[in-house]
Design a protein around this ligand. Structure first.
Ligand code: F0G
Length: 481
């Protein structure tokens, strides 16, 4: 695609869309941001959008829809049962994933709830390339545990390995042999592995996992929420796939798994979720629970308008120019920060840019939540909202012990087609200032700690007056330019 290159040789991500509707943003003063952070209990989830300039919390449910998606929402077939909107989505899923059955659910974690209820029993284990917060919580609620067997490079923030989301095949085989396959509820491969920095798995690795599943008669489940980014990376980084279309790669991935589920808030740029499978036995067992927890089988808790938008959004995911947008913006941001010596997860993944808080604020111990502190500090100096992905996002065990996360990341998600290059430049600028003043950032402690998914609603406070000092210094520096 030489047409998209600048003649100066500089590489910039080129948007293959234009904005037709915009939303006004607010950039409130530093003092207000300091107050807002205190009011939010140093938890970025508890901020109000009126106080936020750039919302890089997540790409979930906030990706910009295309004009075709918006248009499709107007032609909805509103009906409790037998809606043609469902039939349209089902057809798209059959075409793209090659899976006969679609069970709709209101979002990704609802799929996890249903899957766990049916497949997980007390004492059973789900083996995965890496866990996701809501997945693990649902598995644990059903009495199961999660065993992570990623390759060693997965947890190295500065590796150059192109597929850090790969499963360690040798360990997987050894683990099943030792535990006994009857104890394994299922093997879960997560596309664009969220908690380790949006890192992909390779098609070759997935094929290896499937071989082991066949050997032991174990079910293979794909979390396809971040499939779009993973597809892009397979095409770009996996040699034997470079001549395949995104659609063909999708087909090959889906042929390898027994069950696929996704958050439609990410995949398909709408709001909802779904479980797809060709396995009749699994389908029938899962189907029973959909009307009970989600809604009738042809809406599953989703708005049918969103279902129409999702059908178009999934088709658009196959457009090679469309799915480049996210990863190329992220790569630009990661490479620019890396060039400035700011610790980021490499190689650039999907979903967003991930800062390595363990190194950025290496003076803050893990039990004082370095990534949470960094998220608070960045908000105070910029109005940019990111998300902690580290120890704060972990859950205490039954004895109340706090597990320390493998990685302490500040995630700056880049919702697709929403922010511009100037927004990315602004964020890089503020992060550069913050890195130069990183020793001013201190730790946090909980003052109100919920038992489940504590990162959503927990409240914390600063361990000293570091937020005030940081805000003061930043304001003075800004005035002096
Ligand atoms: N699986 C993965 C890999 C996810 O990233 C998410 C959500 C889910 C499942 C659950 O889906 O939100 O529709 O219930 N990730 C969001 C995020 C919340 O911000 O990364 P959901």
């Amino acid at each position: 695609m030489n047409e998209s290159k600048l003649l100066s040789g500089e590489q910039i991500p080129l948007e293959m869309h234009k904005a037709k509707i915009i939303q006004k943003l607010n950039l409130v003063p530093t003092q207000r941001r300091l107050d807002a952070m205190r009011e939010a209990g140093f938890n970025t989830f508890l901020l109000n959008t009126t106080d936020i300039f750039l919302d890089l919390l997540t790409d979930s449910g906030v990706n910009a829809m295309s004009d075709r998606q918006q248009g499709a929402m107007m032609t909805v077939d509103d009906s409790y049962a037998g809606s043609q909107s469902f039939t349209r989505l089902e057809k798209v899923c059959r075409d793209l994933f090659g899976m006969e059955h679609l069970l709709p659910a209101h979002q990704g974690r609802a799929c996890e709830h249903i899957l766990s209820k049916v497949l997980v029993q007390t004492g059973s284990v789900v083996v995965t390339n890496y866990h996701f917060t809501t997945t693990k919580a649902h598995i644990m609620l059903c009495g199961g545990t999660v065993e992570e067997l990623p390759i060693a490079e997965a947890l190295n923030p500065t590796s150059s390995h192109p597929f850090k989301g790969n499963m360690d095949l040798e360990r997987l085989e050894g683990y099943i042999q030792e535990l006994g396959s009857e104890k394994i509820a299922f093997i879960r491969m997560e596309a664009g592995t969220n908690l380790i920095g949006g890192q992909p798995f390779s098609l070759e690795n997935l094929a290896g996992v499937r071989k082991i599943c066949d050997k032991f008669g174990v079910l293979l489940v794909l979390d396809a929420s971040l499939l779009a980014d993973n597809l892009y990376f397979i095409k770009k980084r996996e040699e034997q796939c470079q001549n395949l279309s995104i659609r063909e790669i999708t087909g090959k991935i889906c042929d390898l798994v027994h069950v696929l589920y996704f958050s439609g808030r990410k995949l398909g740029c709408a709001r909802g979720g779904g479980i797809c499978t060709n396995r009749e036995d699994v389908f029938l067992a899962l189907r029973e629970l959909i009307p009970l927890y989600e809604g009738f089988l042809t809406y599953g808790g989703m708005s049918l308008r969103e279902m129409e938008a999702m059908a178009v959004g999934l088709e658009e995911t196959m457009d090679e120019e469309m799915i480049n947008q996210g990863p190329e913006f992220i790569a630009h941001m990661v490479n620019e920060l890396d060039r400035r010596g700011i610790p980021v997860v490499t190689p650039p993944g999907g979903l967003g840019c991930h800062l390595n808080a363990m190194e950025f604020v290496d003076h803050i111990p893990q039990n004082q939540y370095p990534a949470g502190a960094l998220a608070a500090a960045l908000y105070i100096v910029s109005g940019v909202r990111g998300m902690e992905r580290g120890t704060l996002s972990e859950q205490r065990d039954e004895k109340g012990n706090e597990p320390l996360a493998d990685l302490e990341l500040l995630r700056l998600a880049l919702p697709r087609r929403v922010y511009s290059l100037s927004h990315v430049k602004y964020t890089i600028d503020r992060l550069t200032w913050l890195y130069e003043h990183r020793h001013m950032i201190g730790g946090l402690k909980f003052v109100d700690e919920p038992r489940t998914l504590r990162f959503f609603l927990g409240r914390l406070e600063a361990l000293s007056d570091w937020p005030e000092q940081l805000a003061r210094k930043f304001s003075r520096d800004l005035e002096s330019i």
